[in-house]
Design a binder for this molecule. Structure first.
Ligand code: AMP
Length: 432
């Protein structure tokens, strides 16, 4: 089969790396991909949001299956466009992708179908939001309705902070249209975890549990980022909790969507808070998480492509009949190496050293997120890479215990360097 993977981060590198191991694959393209992805796929210079050109490419190159990584093309309807041309594509339709693209849609669906989540109110007028904030007091959480690159949520410790967030979103329009409506909700307390499942809208196959680290600094200090690391499994997600999340969150959501006339196909990701009253939904994502995917996929023993095809064909029951997904019992840890200055401004083009040495290590993988490969001319012996993004590499290690995985991953990360490189030193420590 000829495969096209859409996206350019560590998540897409992990997907490409895994798909490349399938017997069903003849050739993989990645649009736009990154330096490291060129190890397994031909990268083509088309942006993930450029649906017309992706469509043209898929038709011309006779792509048998397209796998979409990021949320923006999904929310723009890439799946609907490809399906119109009978091109097989993995991911939810535009309507289903509203579960992530519109927090108002997600909250209203959850309220209607009794999916546990924080109590909330929706506002399209700042004054009404201010009044409500005064009524419920702090802490509370303010969320922009639309996509905001993971920055649209403010957990406010004071009433003033909450009001400022509303004002920034609704009046200053820092996220543009995404802030036309805001949600003000109850602040939940507990530990967070991520539950991801494959679904073809009838059947559900869970992926291994995971937990990510969003803040830039150790001990969850500093501003939020796209994610600085992850580990799998998340010991906090016991079998009982997993079942509770499946029953009360995942099935109710997929069934609720079906009742609204929306078939959900793809990966559904529930970010949950484990509260004293049980698991509550913080958010839905309509795609694989990044960096969670980099900690989950190395543990998957089954053929990822077969599962993806099971989803697109509506035949996940065949995978279930043959025993479901097979997982490596070992733990996996992914540490993100970031550019100096990230999540603020950072410089690009810094040469990365140490990758050859890490390539010789057992049970270690390096997924590239923001790298560019230098042209063959400038690389004498082996490939050379320079930085080209904020999150540069996802250094990933497996171990018999989480401790062993952590040690191995940090041993590998210690061999890699580029000017300004920084990473958290406590990824996975929460699980110990
Ligand atoms: P979201 O994009 O909705 O997952 O929000 C991003 C982060 O904000 C989550 O990972 C939580 O750490 C935090 N958060 C979101 N909603 C709440 C809430 N209701 N209570 C406490 N923290 C929250």
């Amino acid at each position: 089969m000829r495969i096209l993977v859409v996206g350019s981060g560590g998540r897409e590198h992990a997907l490409v790396w895994k798909i490349a191991q399938s017997k069903l694959v003849d050739k993989i393209f990645c649009a736009p991909g990154n330096g490291g992805i060129t190890q397994q796929a031909e990268c083509i210079d088309i942006k993930a949001e450029d649906i017309p050109r992706l469509l043209e490419f898929a038709r011309k190159e006779k792509i048998d299956l397209t796998v979409v990584g990021p949320e923006i093309p999904l929310s723009q309807g890439i799946v609907d466009e490809f399906s119109n041309y009978k091109l097989r594509i993995f991911g939810p339709s535009r309507l289903a992708a509203r579960l992530e693209a519109s927090k108002v849609f997600a909250k209203e669906l959850m309220a209607k179908y009794k999916v546990p989540t924080a109590d909330f109110e929706i506002f399209d007028n700042p004054d009404a939001a201010f009044k409500y904030i005064e009524k419920i007091g702090a802490p509370c959480v303010v969320k922009a309705n639309g996509l905001a690159a993971g920055k649209g949520v403010v957990v406010a410790k004071t009433i003033d902070e909450a009001k400022q967030a509303v004002s920034a979103m609704m009046q200053e329009k820092i996220f543009g249209e995404s802030g036309n409506k805001v949600i003000v909700e109850e602040c939940l307390e507990g530990q967070e975890a991520s539950i991801l499942v494959f679904t073809d809208s009838r059947e559900v196959i869970p992926l291994a549990s995971s937990q990510d680290h969003k803040r830039i600094f150790d001990n969850d200090k500093g501003p939020n980022t796209g994610g600085m690391g992850a580990y799998s499994p998340a010991p906090i997600v016991t079998k009982e909790l997993f079942d509770e999340v499946l029953q009360k969150i995942i099935y109710r959501t997929i069934d609720g969507l079906a009742k609204e006339g929306i078939d959900y196909r793809g990966v559904l990701y529930a970010g949950i808070m484990i509260t004293k009253e049980g698991a509550k939904t913080l958010e839905f994502n309509v795609r694989f998480g990044d960096p969670e995917t980099q900690a989950i996929i190395p543990r998957l023993k089954s053929d990822l492509l077969e599962v993806i095809l099971g989803v697109t064909e509506g035949k996940l029951n065949n995978i279930i009949k043959t025993g479901g997904l097979k997982w490596d019992n070992r733990a996996c840890v992914c540490v993100v190496c970031a550019s100096g200055g990230y999540p603020g401004d950072y410089e690009k083009g810094k040469e990365i050293s140490g990758l050859d040495e890490v390539a010789k290590m057992r049970d270690v993988l390096v997924f590239h997120a923001g790298t560019k490969k230098l042209s063959a001319l400038s690389c004498q012996l082996s490939a050379k890479y320079v930085t080209s993004g904020g999150r540069v590499l996802g250094v990933t290690g497996l171990g018999n215990t989480i401790k062993e995985a952590i040690d191995r991953t940090y041993q590998a990360a210690g061999k890699i360097s580029f000017q300004g490189m920084h990473y958290r030193r406590d990824i996975g420590a929460r699980a110990l």
